[in-house]
Design a protein around this ligand. Structure first.
Ligand code: CS2
Length: 486
């Protein structure tokens, strides 16, 4: 017989130690989150649950799904309860998380979202919208007002018509100003350098490009009353699979249709610049610091940077997961060589790069995590500028040799080719896939292709660095053969 579905009514069937740390009915809607994906549910929602449990303060999260209504329906059917399974090397550990109090569809529930964004009780907005969701012009941090979705949102007459989170947040802030203007903090939880400013720039860009008569007043109010702290979020959260669902159901004795999984490790470092009250996340280990930059660049350049390198090199070598790549004779050497090359570009004040590399090797090696290289390699045109180009520019300017970054770029370049069926070579998706694949058409040489690829991702300066382009082009054949020589 099928187990009954997870929900408030079935909590009593679950072993007490696996039940939520808070009673969701006692929480208030005080945080609104945009992006109801697995990462949010395995990271910020966990910190928030524990912060409420440990402080007794009622910090509930209203989670908004920008697109997928199926997750909203599934969450509602379970009273917004879901489980997290930590994939520990010694075996999985599942428990139910109770910090999400409402799940909303961004367009379908526009009126409720309007009310929440205007409410002084809501003092923190968080977002996980990925690099893609920022709609920046390639090679610039500015909002791409000509991107079709942004242009449509700028023309929208009602908040229910908005499809981008950038437009939705901007419109929400305008409503908030018009209804009293209580200070609010916007917290970007995406893997981008200076993610607070990145979000602030596109949201301000939207307000500026709008035709709202009070847009300048909104911008002035934002300067005075809205902060955008930078944050470093860290937890490896692979996509949930059917075996994960079985694991969760077996541990709970009830059926969870929206479980998430993650590695045991998690970290959150935040700029201590909040406009108003916030959950006491430090009670659960979050670190509030005056300057997140050293932590942020270390995490982005070493963890995410090495991840992307493993994704493209590993795919070409026939590996499916990060742990598979680490099990080859080159995987660990690649991670260490990558960190050794990039480490000198990191500002002082963060973790030691070599000790960080030791931890990465251990985290990446965890065979229980099963993190697909295809997931990491997707959206490369937006990820690699964030992860690789900052370090590459610093090293080229010093000047220092960059053989590992060139190898990684060669593997990425190789992965941008179209497969025989016209799709991406290793199943990775990318909004610029067609433009990238085009760079291989009618190109006189690999050198020319690499130059064109770098142009597509907005790195004009790197595209014109002949030495670098030659170094990358020369490494393509070896990466293509899965022959990784470090
Ligand atoms: C990964 C990240 O999918 C990816 O691109 O590099 O999601 C990574 O797992 C997290 O940032 C770890 O904190």
């Amino acid at each position: 017989m099928d187990p009954p579905p997870l929900g408030r009514a079935t909590l009593g069937r679950i072993a007490p130690g696996l039940r939520p740390a808070v009673d969701p009915r006692e929480l208030r809607p005080r945080v609104v989150h945009f992006g109801l994906g697995a990462f949010h549910r395995a990271h910020q929602a966990v910190y928030t649950e524990r912060a409420s449990a440990l402080s007794g303060e009622p910090w509930g999260i209203v989670a908004v799904a920008p697109r997928s209504l199926s997750v909203v329906t599934a969450m509602r059917a379970q009273d917004c309860l879901y489980s997290l399974t930590e994939r520990r090397p010694e075996g999985p550990a599942t428990r139910v998380i109770g910090s999400v109090t409402e799940a909303l569809g961004m367009r379908q529930d526009a009126a409720r979202i309007d009310a929440l964004l205007a409410s002084p009780e809501v003092t923190v907005l968080t977002s996980t919208i990925t690099e893609k969701g920022h709609h920046r012009r390639p090679g610039s941090g500015e909002l791409d007002t000509l991107a079709p979705e942004i242009a449509a949102d700028l023309a929208a007459r009602e908040t229910g018509g908005l499809t981008t989170v950038v437009g939705r947040i901007a419109a929400g802030l305008a409503l908030r100003m018009r209804s009293g203007g209580a200070p609010v903090t916007l917290l970007s939880c995406d893997n981008m350098a200076d993610n607070g400013s990145a979000l602030a720039t596109v949201v301000r860009g939207f307000v500026e490009a709008s035709s709202w008569p009070d847009r300048w007043a909104v911008l002035d109010w934002m300067t005075a009353s809205v902060t955008f702290p930078s944050t470093v979020v860290d937890r490896i959260v692979p996509a949930t699979t059917d075996p994960d669902r079985h694991t969760a159901d077996a541990a709970l004795g009830v059926r969870d249709s929206v479980p998430v999984v993650g590695e045991p490790y998690r970290q959150w470092v935040l700029d201590d610049s909040f406009a108003g009250p916030r959950p006491p996340w430090e009670l659960d280990g979050a670190l509030f610091v005056p300057d997140v930059v050293p932590y942020q660049l270390t995490k982005l350049r070493l963890l995410n940077g090495a991840h992307s390198a493993l994704a493209y090199l590993g795919a070409a070598a026939g590996c499916g997961t990060v742990a598979d790549a680490l099990a080859t004779d080159w995987g660990e050497r690649l991670v260490r060589a990558f960190c050794a090359e990039v480490g000198p570009t990191l500002p002082a004040g963060g973790p030691d790069p070599m000790a960080y590399a030791d931890d990465l090797v251990e985290r990446f090696r965890n065979p229980a995590v099963r993190h697909l290289l295809q997931q990491i390699g997707s959206d490369g045109s937006l990820k690699i500028p964030e992860r690789w180009f900052g370090a590459l520019r610093t090293l080229r300017a010093s000047p220092s040799p960059t053989p590992v970054l060139e190898l990684a770029l060669a593997a990425w370049a190789n992965a941008t080719r179209a497969a025989e069926d016209g799709g991406p070579l290793f199943g990775t998706t990318d909004p610029a896939a067609a433009d990238l694949a085009n760079c291989w058409q009618g190109s006189p040489s690999p050198h020319d292709t690499v130059r064109r690829l770098l142009h597509v991702v907005g790195a004009v300066d790197l595209a014109e660095d002949d030495d670098l382009v030659s170094g990358i082009a020369a490494r393509i054949p070896a990466t293509r053969a899965g022959h990784i020589d470090l």
